[in-house]
Design a protein around this ligand. Structure first.
Ligand SMILES: *Cc1c(COP(=O)(O)O)cnc(C)c1O
Ligand code: SF4
Length: 444
């Protein structure tokens, strides 16, 4: 499919402004074009020519999974919302349109799990913007220059960060905060640099984030992870971008300093990983000594098929990457459109596991990043004649909850942890009543 020499053309973002200039625009029906333009008022839209030219199968549009990954879909809004937006657009009434858009966005739970209020790292009673510390070992760092992506996933729970609603942005310009915080927290072994996409940053900005972590005072920081979708959305980042070699040299520097460097590469569909450009990117990243770990959310319309997951994990192992997490999609943005029940998520996970060898069974899931921790659905069982879900915590605010199987009443419709009920009083400690009713927590 991809021809590497074609793929190496410079970076071409596609937004609503230039979408009509792409050769593929004329392949869409007038209704499809109108649908994209309307829904993109609410959900931020950005894709690029690599995705459009190399990854989307235009003969399969609108069902093509990669099309659904970055092009807003009419089903992501209610018919009523759609027609109100379309009405305001048709009348060219900018103020009415703005009002509609803001109202719809507010109803979409822009900050699941109190990302703004919980997990906030503090130093001497001062909150440190751009730093979150939820689990003992791992600090999350959100560099301000990384609050965007090479393309926007239509299911993204960070979408609020991209649309510039005032007061909704989580960002930090200050790497010094990160260093100061880590010096005061010698229990932290891991730093996870996240966004948006940190690999959107140029090599100098990336070096400003990474180099301070290599200082002798931060000897206790052993593992540095970078959460990124770039291997899928812009693999040229690692071989033909002007600063590709600088980026790789930086990775080598981190590895030479004795740190474990992991690219937590987000792939929603095996096609992204199989593309020749992605293969080349993975080859080059691995040649620096960095490890590529593969993770993704389970999404209806995009990857809710056990065969796709087995193909993804097998393909990862084949390329020397490590399957890591399968996440359950969280309750923000267009979750209804992408939602898969927990019961079905577990069946898909199990079916996929069954057909891969042990080397791919490093993957863990289906996992919910819920307010008290990362909860994995281990499966179904029976307790006193009643069907139950068996769960455990992969990570928890209260570390003593980790790794202990517990039970919830079976609920075939449940899509998230907060809908589950303890199966017996013994299970109640696993459902901590965490303050203000906010549902989930950060981190992917
Ligand atoms: C997932 C996650 C981590 C990393 O957890 P691991 O089990 O080490 O992969 C850290 N912080 C937050 C907030 C997370 O959601
Ligand atoms: S790459 Fe990640 S942060 Fe960026 S739009 Fe997709 S899900 Fe959101």
């Amino acid at each position: 499919m991809t021809n590497l020499s074609n793929a190496t053309h410079g970076y071409h973002p596609v937004t609503l402004k230039n979408l009509a200039d792409t050769p593929q625009w004329s392949r869409l029906s007038p209704e499809q074009r109108q649908g994209i333009r309307t829904v993109a008022q609410v959900y931020p839209f950005r894709t690029n020519r690599y995705l459009m030219d190399e990854l989307i199968d235009w003969d399969a549009v609108p069902d093509d999974p990669i099309f659904r990954l970055t092009f807003p879909q009419p089903e992501m809004l209610s018919p009523r919302e759609l027609s109100r937006l379309a009405g305001a657009m048709a009348q060219d009434d900018k103020r009415a349109l703005k009002r509609e858009v803001e109202e719809i966005r507010r109803s979409l739970n822009p900050h699941p799990a109190g990302q703004l209020t919980h997990n906030q790292a503090m130093l001497e009673d001062e909150p440190l913007p751009g730093l979150q510390h939820k689990y003992d070992q791992t600090v999350l760092f959100f560099p301000s220059q990384a609050q965007t992506c090479h393309a926007y996933c239509t299911f993204c729970f960070r979408w609020a960060q991209f649309v510039g609603m005032p007061g909704l942005k989580i960002a930090s310009k200050e790497v010094e905060h990160l260093s100061a915080y880590l010096k005061a927290h010698t229990e932290v072994s891991d730093v996870l640099i996240t966004g948006g996409d940190p690999m959107f940053m140029g090599a100098p900005a990336l070096a400003r984030c990474l180099e301070p972590l290599l200082e002798p005072e931060l000897e206790h920081v052993r593992n540095i992870r970078i959460g990124t979708k770039s291997v899928s959305y812009w693999p040229m980042r690692y071989f033909s971008d002007p600063d590709a070699d600088q980026v790789l040299a930086l990775f080598e520097q981190v590895v030479a300093a004795g740190k474990h460097l992991a690219l937590m590469a987000h792939f929603d569909h095996p096609r992204e990983l199989e593309a020749p450009a992605a293969r080349e990117a993975i080859r080059r990243i691995r040649s620096t000594g960095a490890v590529v770990r593969v993770q993704a959310p389970l999404l209806r319309h995009i990857n809710d098929d056990a065969r796709l997951w087995a193909r993804l994990w097998r393909g990862a192992v084949e390329q020397g990457a490590v399957p890591y997490y399968m996440f359950v999609a969280r309750d923000t943005g267009a979750q209804e459109y992408f939602q898969v029940t927990l019961h079905r998520a577990w069946r898909l996970f199990r079916q996929a596991m069954e057909s891969v060898s042990g080397l791919a069974r490093t993957v863990r899931g289906p996992s919910m990043s819920a307010h008290p921790g990362k909860v994995r659905l281990l499966g179904l069982s029976k307790l006193g004649g009643r069907r139950v879900f068996v769960l455990d915590y992969l990570q928890a605010r209260s570390a003593e909850l980790v790794g202990r199987p517990f039970f919830a009443r079976f609920d075939p419709e449940a899509v998230w942890f907060d809908e589950l009920k303890p199966a017996s009083p013994d299970d109640e400690p696993f459902f901590p009543d965490l303050d203000d009713g906010l549902k989930l927590a950060a981190g992917s």
